[in-house]
Design a protein around this ligand. Structure first.
Ligand code: PGA
Ligand code: ZN
Length: 427
């Protein structure tokens, strides 16, 4: 039974240079687990609270000394010396200690760092690769088997817009999903498309290949349609067939251009019906197989219509809509509002609650996409989580910037170690 000897934390910096929390859990055996947590920029309103110091003189208020202090102080005092025979028990203890609905007292960044550091320490103590340990945590939640049947398919950011790229175009990501049979082959194809896109940015926009927050290219697209056309051209220029070899996924992140009941897109103010029509036009134009946050997080009543319009063509994936929150997922399942969950552990703040979110999505027959945040660190635990939880796809940004590559490289290593096939999606 793992007994915690002590918990410590440190303020470290993420890929935007902003502070975040790194926690270490030391067990009585001396085994340690250290984890850094990520942070979003286009966050959903229903996310658990990331505690920031709010001192404008230091990191523009974004310091994490208070959250770090909560690990070193109250969490360490309450949890050290105790024996936790499951992840659910330690996560429950932290929820009770926090006592708020959105983890605002101790901070979701402090709580999640401890939740994950404990998991990593226990995996090390048991001599298990982290992905195997995550598989057993999910099995404890679902009562299902611990086997891992396949690796998640990489979905890689090609073009960035929205909040990750200064808003030069409204939608946030155009991603590519190679249909190659292995991660290794998918990465080689992804590189070919990315380089073709970089060449295209140079010739069409006269622009050096500078990258946005998640490593995607971010030229000054005149509109979303051109962004999609350029992605299709890059696939062709790489010698691949759009749709057959490489599909596209988009993250519309529509909450961030929705105001007063309208979608403000390229000077127009679209109704929800107009926005759905526009997405359908994009699907006619480009081989899009997944649409994330096609509508705003509080436009609940129109999500079922979006889903029926895209049925059989593209997944309707909920990020800001669902915020990995079991209550919001239940509501979406009942309403028929989505057919895939974008799972970001820090939106909810503990591994146990994220496992419940994953279980609910699976019970509803949904696909699950495990996602990084736009503010990441060099830590790679996310890939182990995606593999252990049998995600259909992994979304960690592009193939530039080392905080992204840490995750892709971990996936390559797990593929080499396990020889598992990649999920057969999109077909
Ligand atoms: P975020 O963006 O981490 O800034 O929220 C990622 C996404 O929307 O998928
Ligand atoms: Zn998103």
């Amino acid at each position: 039974m793992p007994i915690i000897r002590c918990l410590t934390a440190l303020e470290v910096l993420d890929s935007r240079g902003r502070p975040t929390v790194q926690a270490t859990c030391e067990l009585a055996s001396g085994t340690r687990g250290t984890v850094s947590v990520p942070s979003g920029a286009s966050t959903g309103a229903a996310e658990a609270l990331e505690l920031r110091d709010g001192d404008p003189a230091r990191y523009r208020g974004l310091g994490c000394r208070t959250a770090v202090g909560h690990v070193n102080g109250p969490l360490n005092e309450a949890l050290s010396g105790h024996d936790f025979d499951s992840q659910a028990v330690i996560d429950r203890a932290m929820l009770d200690l926090d006592g708020t609905p959105n983890k605002s007292r101790l901070g979701a960044n402090a709580i999640l760092a401890v939740s994950l550091a404990f998991a990593r320490a226990v995996a090390a103590e048991r001599g298990l690769p982290l992905y195997r340990h995550f598989a057993s945590l999910l099995a404890a939640e679902t009562g299902g088997p611990e086997d891992i049947a396949a690796l998640p398919r990489p979905t890689v950011n090609l073009f960035s817009g929205g909040k990750h790229a200064g808003g030069q175009v409204e939608i946030q990501d155009v991603l590519i999903a190679s249909k190659a049979a292995t991660v290794e082959a998918a990465m080689a194809e992804t590189y070919a498309v990315y380089q073709a896109a970089a060449d295209l940015c140079r010739s069409r926009y006269g622009m050096r290949a500078l990258v946005a927050d998640e490593g995607g290219l971010a030229p000054d697209f005149p509109n979303v349609e051109t962004m999609l056309d350029d992605a299709v051209a890059a696939i062709r220029n790489a010698g691949l067939a759009p749709g057959r070899d490489v599909a596209l996924c988009i993250d519309v992140a529509a909450s961030h251009f929705y105001a007063d009941g309208r979608y403000h897109l390229a000077g127009e103010a679209l109704t929800s019906g107009g926005m759905i029509d526009r997405i359908a036009v994009w699907l006619d134009r480009a081989p899009i197989v997944s649409v994330e946050d096609g509508l705003a997080e509080d436009d609940w009543e129109n999500w079922p219509e979006l889903r029926s319009r895209l049925a059989g063509r593209a997944l309707v994936l909920g990020d800001d809509l669902l915020t990995t929150n079991p209550n919001r997922i239940r509501r979406a399942v009942d309403a028929g509002a989505a057919d895939a969950l974008l799972l970001k552990v820090n939106q909810i703040g503990t591994l146990t609650e994220a496992a419940e979110a994953c279980r609910l999505a699976r019970q509803a027959g949904w696909r699950v996409v495990v996602s990084a945040r736009s503010g990441e660190t060099e830590d790679d635990w996310l890939t182990d989580l995606a593999v252990g939880w049998g995600a259909d796809a992994l979304k960690v940004g592009s193939i530039t910037r080392s905080e992204r590559l840490a995750k892709w490289n971990r996936l390559l290593a797990i593929e080499a170690e396990t020889g598992l096939p990649v999920v057969n999606w999109p077909g």
